[in-house]
Design a protein around this ligand. Sequence first.
Ligand code: DGY
Length: 318
Amino acid sequence: MSRKKVFITAEIFPEAKEILSKHFDVEVSAKESLTEDEILENSKEIHGLLSLITDPITKKVINSSKKLEGIANYGVGYNNIDIEAANEHNITVTNTPEVLTDATSDLAWALLMAAARKIVPSDEFTRVGKFTGWGANLFLGADIKGKTLGVIGAGRIGQTFAKRSLGFDMKILYHNRSRNRQLEDELNAQYVDKETLLKESDFISLHAPLTEQTYHMIGENELEMMKDSAILINTARGPMIDEKALVLALKQKKIWAAGLDVFEREPKLEEDLNTLDNVVLTPHTGSATYDTRRKMAEIAANNLVRILNGEEPLTPVN
Ligand code: DGY
């Protein structure tokens, strides 16, 4: 009997190919960032697809992949996949939750601290030899201890991010589709509406998935509601923030700073975003640690093995 075929859309940790090769014929794309047409071309004869969160797995791709049984997305978010089309064709879709919760929460804190203490401009200043002596007013930043932390989205990552604040004795406000009693019991977090969170928080961090409801959930009005000392962090999905409105708010000092790992039109940045010194930018590296990415590769591969062998996958999303 001939072996089923699997396509991996980019070079990821070799563990993925090793796991999959025990069962199937595996092809790995030599090129990263494939277009819709390139994915379509490579998917016509395959039974399993291991995709990146940036791969457009559209209706068109799914409709033309006649043998496809499973799509294992290499990430927790799966807004790159047309789930409805997958459902219509009985294709199982999986993601890689949990293993990236800590790494992503850590990066959100790194951005928060970097923005609060102006780490990036301070580094640049020191590097180029402008540091000529201790300065009474050199790079004054914001305190974190005792401040109010606003967490939007209280799933695994939001909750873990909030827990990291314990050493800072913060007041925690959160907004979510539903109450998270664990967060309330463990951290004394208060469930509030979005407006209260925006108005009262010193630091606001986004941890919700990108959906029709969360698209542009932070726009001109929301930025207007925030304190002029507020710091906004986004490690979730770029389109949750209206980036044009954010650039304007940062320029006009309507909020104090932002830390962004994700962008509205990734990898493009909104005009002028890269000229502002009150924003810290990282290239969507929330889950980018060796251990995390290795575990993501293993889970994605094991999910495909299970789907193509007719077993229940570890982390299905449909
Ligand atoms: C995800 O998994 O959705 C992250 O954005 C990848 O780092």
